[in-house]
Design a protein around this ligand. Sequence first.
Ligand code: FEO
Length: 172
Amino acid sequence: MLSKKVEAALNEQIKMEGMSSNFYLAMASWAEENGYAGVSEFLYKHSDEERFHMLKLIKYMNERDGKVIIPAFEQPRSDYDAVKQLFEELYKHETKVTQSIGELVGVCLDEKDFTTHNFLQWYVSEQLEEEALAKTIIDKIKLMGDDKSAWYHFDRDIASLTVTSVADEGAA
Ligand code: FEO
């Protein structure tokens, strides 16, 4: 059985992950509309991953007899000035998710819920990797500047960029 505090905090996180999925879906659509096929593919995949993060929480809560609240989401932003701005927003959003996971982990410790604490370690590592991925993309964008040929390659290559490939690059 989950404590009321853990239950409420998990429901908040469900909302956060669902919002992230919606946010990235809107970004994917903007990128597609503006001719960035690779960026859009990357973002559609990222949106799916966030939905998976939400589902994993829902299933965990149901397993532990918690009461899941499926939230309403605010309408996400639908326009950007440039891809650089989009990824800066994405990075900013991921840092908020990391903070929210940290708070959730804190609630579990306060409530001595070590099972949920253990379950959440997957999210702690995932956030670390997702922040690194967003940071890598922003660094690449800064390097490219207005170089059209670099942008062409970036849009082609980003579709295959994943959390795991960046972690491997870092380890190499
Ligand atoms: Fe599931 Fe990127 O937060």
